[in-house]
Structure formats: structure tokens, C-alpha cells
Design a protein around this ligand. Structure first.
Ligand SMILES: [Zn+2]
Length: 651
């Protein structure tokens, strides 16, 4: 009954969204209609449901004062513990819990979360305001510094409220969130009082609230927040002390922006929200800006891991093509944000290039943030290490753990989409899905060994025979690492996967990166896709001086690295010469089961005189980048020199 109700809700959403002057072409199938059976992802989701959420709960409730802040705020006594934005970690943990409970019901966890929600709701002021930092310090100072994350926390409260309602049917947190959203609307938009969000997030959250409630004031408020930027309205530390409005993308109005600036997570959340608004309002001003900004990110600022934000100083973007490896910031949250934004760009365009980037960030830059055990986290994800960098149990600023938890728990959101003319297969993840296409139900079953094997079997089962298109993404990485010329394969490729329908070769059109299979589909129809899987050697654009003379390895969507073997070699001394033979071997007991790349490599040693060097050929193995630092702290390199003279230490 509950499941049918959710399918009905999803259909209603599709119908209502389509009735606007919409720019939206694709409608992602909600994770609640997708059951993941995948050999790669299902164990990771189980680990998140247990170890990662345990860590989030333990640190939120016991090891830090995040829940105590709400208890104290309800009584208006006691001091605020932690940092002013810590409420957001509670909300993000609840959101992750809500998604995970959908896949893995857990009455204890749900009961504990209900208790948190009681405390959160009790802390809300009569006028709807809710922020434990200002309630416990000086409420008269609320809404005085636009950097203080009050609206950011509100955004995460909204997302958590909707997620928890969708899973449990319990509306207390959602009602709390709505009261806070209404407070913000009445204090700012309705009084025409300027407010520039110092950390964007509320825009995308308000769009979720708009879709959930169908109340247009939340759409208006989301758009209002976007329009506040770039007019010099900012007040607070970013503007008055740092004098750096670009840090939060407030230098010029959003629609005039053409280049990426500032803090990476802020940027990703901003453009995700802008895409959500444009999808409904049809405002081309946002899409024009975002097309240019996306090109700037992907052509000049993107790490091969899909990570973004080269600099720690601003947790964000530096100069074009300046992509240091050892000090690469690449915050986990920024890669999570890349997943959000690129999904929205795909929704607006129907272009697979956005899913290519989404997939790269997901399998590499984002997944690296989480240990295989699920209870250790990277905040930054560098591409080389001297061996002194490890995942942590938690952070003072703890945005990343719950962000990766909510992403993995809701992975089902990114696999399938629908449009007016058919189904879209974006990611290759073993799953069963139920989708509604023009009010008719279609069941889909995908089986695959991706990302280790290229074979994908997709069964399409419409309730009734029906003519429609099935769009299957042909991975862009087959022939180019990424759009643009920031990276290229050492040897050029023109590979095209074979597609069969019911055992017969099927000729397909390739449109915007998707194979389009048009026919009358009936129950039991089977599509098979064979994606050629080979080791790819990647070179950087010469403008990236840090990668000069170096090569990176990729297999399928997975970027590889070499981790040092203490007695055998340090990764910085491993050379990968042109044409080296590389053998791929699946090793089920290593690092959760991975394809390992084996090759013989010259390894540099410094001679006893301390002045000269010699090389010895040794067997070297490369492992998926996301899996490094799971065997203790070791040195690591993604970009390997192809000749001895190009060895440099950890730049
Ligand atoms: Zn983070």
C-alpha cells in the first residue's frame, strides 16, 4: 500500500512538473522506486546503513554537543557548544537516516531519530526561527551576519523534513521546517529586505519544498534568494572583513556569471538550486550562465577524479589549469555537489555529458571520502600523498560524513529517468525499478558487473505492449576522459558498444551521448550492452604543469592510483613507461573486491653515494583511487611519471 502510494506521488510530481513552462526534459526516477541489487553498490549502502550512520549518530548525539544544543535551546539555558553551523549536521544526518531507513528499516534508529526531532521542534521559537547558535548566544543578533549559516541550516532542515516524511509518513520535522521557511519568507522576501545567503543551500531546499507542497511561495522565495546575489547587499564577515563576495559567488548577479569562482561547495549548491528554479520557470538566464560556468569547471578546473576546488585557502577554485596533486583540496562535499549539479544539468538538457561527469565524481572523488569500513572520512581528497594523510573518524566542521552518507543511501536517484518519449538509463547499477511512463507502469531489471565488467543486461517489462524509446547512456569515457581538452587518452579511441535486443544486434542512433532504441516493447524484452573495458592511459593538457610528463590510469569509470609497498617501493618512485603492458585482474579478497592493474615498472632507488639514482624493474600494482588508504597510511600517486627525469616529490 505504502509503495503504491509512493508511485502515485511520483506520478503526480511528474504530471504537475510538466504542466509548467518547464525547461525540464528528464525526470529522475526516485530512489524509493529503485531497489539496488548491485554487487558494487549494495554492500556500500549496507555499510553506510550500519557503520556510517552509527558514526554520524554517535558523534552527533554523544561525542559532541549537537543534540544538547537543541535541548538547551528549548529551555533557553546553557551555552552553545561547537560551531555556529553545527545544527546542519543534525539535519543532514536525519536526511541520510531517512533515505537509509527506506532501504533498511531499523526501528531503533527510527525511534532515536524521532527523539531528536522532538528536541529540534521544541527548540523552535514561536515566530518559526530555529538556530541553536543564536538562541543560546544572543537572539538579538540573529540575521545580522549573512555568513552565519542560518539560512543554510534552514535549507538542510527542509531537506531532512521532506526526506523523513517521505520515508516514515511522520510530519513533525517537515512542519518545523515549513514554519522556519515561512518565517524567512515573511522577514525577508515579503518585506523586500535584502539577504544574500553566505552559504547557498536554501535555494535547492526550497525547490524541494515547492515540489512537495506545490505552494508557489517557496518557488518565489528560491528565485528571490538567487536574485539577491551580485548587487552589493552582502553584510558580514565575507563582505566587510574578507572583502571577497566572489567567495560565495556574490560578485555579480547569477545570470551574469560565466566563470567559476570561490568556495566549491557553495558554488555547487548555488547552481543546483538555480537549475531547479530554471527547470520550473523556464528562465534561460540561469541556463545560459550555467552552460558557461560548467564549461569553465570541466575545461579548466576539474581533477581527473571528478574532484573540484584545488585550493585549501578558500576551500575552492584557484587559477585555471592550476591543479596541484598533493595539496588538491577536492572536498568530499564538493564532489557530492558535482553529482547534484550534473544531474540537474542532465535533467535540463538530456545530454549524457553531464552524467559522464557525475559518474566520474561519484565513483572517484566522492567515494574516496568514505573508508571501506564506512566509519572513516576524508574531508579533502588529494591525488598524491607522502604517506602522512589518513581518513578521520570525524571533523570539527563535519559536513562531509553525512553528505556522503545521504548520497550513497539515495544512489537510486541517479540511475533512471523518464521523459515524454521514453526511458533513460544513466548509470549502470544492478537494480529493479518501477517507473511510470505516460501513466503506464514499466518494470525494469538491470544486471551488471560494472564497474569491473562491461556487460549490462536490461529487462524491460511494460504492463502492456507499448512503443517508446529506451535511451542508454554510452559512457563518454570510452573515447574521451572528459569533454573539452583538459585531459586526453594517450592513444585515440573510436569505440562503440554493441547492443542486442532479444539476442539480435540492434542498430541505434546516438543522440547527445545516448543510444536511442525505438520499438514496441513488451514484457520479457531483453537488452544487452557490451561496453568495451580496457585500461586507458590519460595525459593532461600541457597547461597543467603539475602533470607534465605524467600519465594516469583508468579502467571503466574508475581512476587508479599506486599505493606504496613499504618494502618494495614508494609510489613516488614508480615510473610508468610508454607502452608498458598492463594486466587487469579481479581480486575478490582485496579492498572489498577490485580490479587490480598489474605491470612491471622501473622503480627508482637512490644509490649509496646519495647523489646518483638507478632503477630496478619490479612488479607494481595500481588500485582504484577510491580504495586507497584502507591498508594503513601509505604514500600514493595518481599521476605517474613516464620517465625518470620527471619525478618530483608530492607537488
Ligand atoms: Zn564537507
Amino acid at each position: 500500500m505504502k509503495r503504491e502510494g509512493i508511485i502515485m506521488m511520483a506520478m503526480l510530481f511528474i504530471l504537475s512538473a510538466k504542466s509548467q513552462t518547464s525547461l525540464q526534459k528528464l525526470y529522475p526516477v526516485s530512489f524509493s522506486n529503485v531497489k539496488i541489487t548491485d554487487a558494487f553498490w549494495k554492500p556500500k549502502m549496507q555499510t553506510v546503513a550500519s557503520a556510517t550512520l552509527d558514526a554520524c549518530v554517535n558523534y552527533t548525539q554523544n561525542k559532541t554537543g549537537r543534540i544538547r544544543n537543541f535541548e538547551n535551546a528549548a529551555k533557553h539555558t546553557g551555552k552553545h557548544e561547537g560551531i555556529y553551523y553545527d545544527d546542519s549536521d543534525v539535519y543532514k544526518a536525519i536526511e541520510a537516516i531517512a533515505y537509509s531507513l527506506k532501504n533498511y528499516p531499523d526501528s531503533e534508529l527510527e525511534k532515536n531519530t524521532d527523539q531528536w526531532i522532538e528536541k529540534i521542534a521544541a527548540a523552535q521559537l514561536p515566530d518559526g526561527y530555529l538556530n541553536t547558535y543564536y538562541i543560546l548566544t544572543d537572539i538579538n543578533k540573529r540575521w545580522s551576519d549573512m555568513e552565519k549559516h542560518e539560512d543554510y541550516c534552514a535549507g538542510h532542515l527542509i531537506e531532512a523534513g521532506i526526506a523523513y516524511y517521505n520515508t516514515t509518513g511522520k510530519g513533525k520535522l517537515l512542519n518545523t521546517a515549513i514554519r522556519f521557511a515561512d518565517h524567512i519568507d515573511s522577514v525577508f522576501r515579503l518585506q523586500n529586505k535584502p539577504w544574500v545567503s553566505g552559504h547557498q543551500e536554501i535555494e535547492l531546499a526550497l525547490m524541494k519544498l515547492y515540489h512537495h507542497t506545490q505552494n508557489k511561495k517557496y518557488l518565489a522565495l528560491a528565485n528571490w534568494f538567487l536574485e539577491q546575489r551580485g548587487h552589493g547587499y552582502g553584510k558580514g564577515v565575507i563582505w566587510n572583513q574578507w572583502k571577497n563576495p566572489d567567495y560565495c559567488q556574490d560578485g555579480i548577479p547569477v545570470k551574469d556569471q560565466r566563470n567559476i569562482t570561490g568556495h566549491a561547495v557553495r558554488a555547487m549548491y548555488l547552481y543546483t538550486g538555480a537549475a531547479d528554479v530554471a527547470a520550473v520557470t523556464g528562465d534561460n538566464g540561469y541556463t545560459t550562465a550555467m552552460d558557461a560556468i560548467w564549461n569553465d569547471v570541466v575545461y579548466r578546473h576539474l581533477y581527473i577524479t571528478g574532484g573540484i576546488g584545488a585550493q585549501g585557502s578558500n576551500e575552492g577554485f584557484g587559477k585555471p589549469y592550476d591543479l596541484p596533486n598533493g595539496t588538491a583540496y577536492c572536498e568530499t562535499c564538493a564532489s557530492v555537489g558535482m553529482v547534484f549539479w550534473n544531474q540537474r544539468m542532465n535533467m535540463l538538457s538530456g545530454d549524457a555529458k553531464y552524467i559522464d561527469i557525475l559518474e566520474r565524481s561519484l565513483y572517484n572523488g566522492a567515494l574516496d571520502g568514505l573508508s571501506l569500513s564506512g566509519d572513516r572520512f576524508f574531508y579533502g581528497n588529494p591525488l598524491s600523498s607522502g604517506g602522512n594523510y589518513s581518513r578521520s573518524e570525524w571533523f570539527g566542521t563535519a559536513c562531509c560524513p553525512s553528505n556522503i552518507a545521504r548520497l550513497v543511501s539515495a544512489l537510486g536517484n541517479y540511475i533512471y529517468s523518464t521523459s515524454a518519449d521514453g526511458l533513460w538509463i544513466n548509470l549502470f547499477v544492478g537494480s529493479n525499478a518501477t517507473v511510470a511512463l505516460n501513466n503506464e507502469k514499466i518494470n525494469m531489471t538491470m544486471e551488471t558487473g560494472y564497474p569491473w565488467k562491461g556487460k549490462v543486461k536490461l529487462e524491460i517489462a511494460p504492463d502492456k505492449k507499448k512503443y517508446f524509446d529506451v535511451h542508454i547512456r554510452i559512457p563518454g569515457w570510452l573515447n574521451h576522459p572528459v569533454p573539452g581538452d583538459l585531459y586526453r587518452y594517450e592513444s585515440s579511441n573510436t569505440e562503440k558498444p554493441e547492443i542486442h535486443v532479444n539476442g539480435q544486434p540492434f542498430s541505434y542512433k546516438l543522440v547527445n551521448g545516448y543510444a536511442v532504441l525505438s520499438r514496441t516493447w513488451k514484457k520479457g524484452d531483453l537488452i544487452t550492452l557490451e561496453i568495451p573495458m580496457k585500461v586507458k592511459r590519460i595525459k593532461s593538457n600541457p597547461a597543467v604543469r603539475q602533470n607534465e610528463g605524467r600519465v594516469a590510469l583508468q579502467y571503466g569509470p574508475i581512476v587508479y592510483c599506486v599505493e606504496g609497498e613499504s618494502k618494495e617501493y614508494n609510489s613516488k618512485n614508480v615510473i610508468l613507461p610508454p607502452g608498458a603492458a598492463i594486466e587487469v585482474k579481479y581480486e575478490p579478497s582485496l579492498l572489498g573486491g577490485i580490479n587490480v592493474l598489474h605491470f612491471n615498472a622501473p622503480v627508482v632507488t637512490i644509490n649509496e653515494d646519495g647523489l646518483s639514482v638507478s632503477t630496478t624493474n619490479r612488479p607494481v600494482s595500481a588500485i582504484p583511487y577510491y580504495s586507497w588508504n584502507n591498508r594503513g597510511s601509505r604514500d600514493m600517486q595518481v599521476w605517474l611519471p613516464s620517465q625518470i627525469r620527471q619525478i618530483r616529490i608530492n607537488e
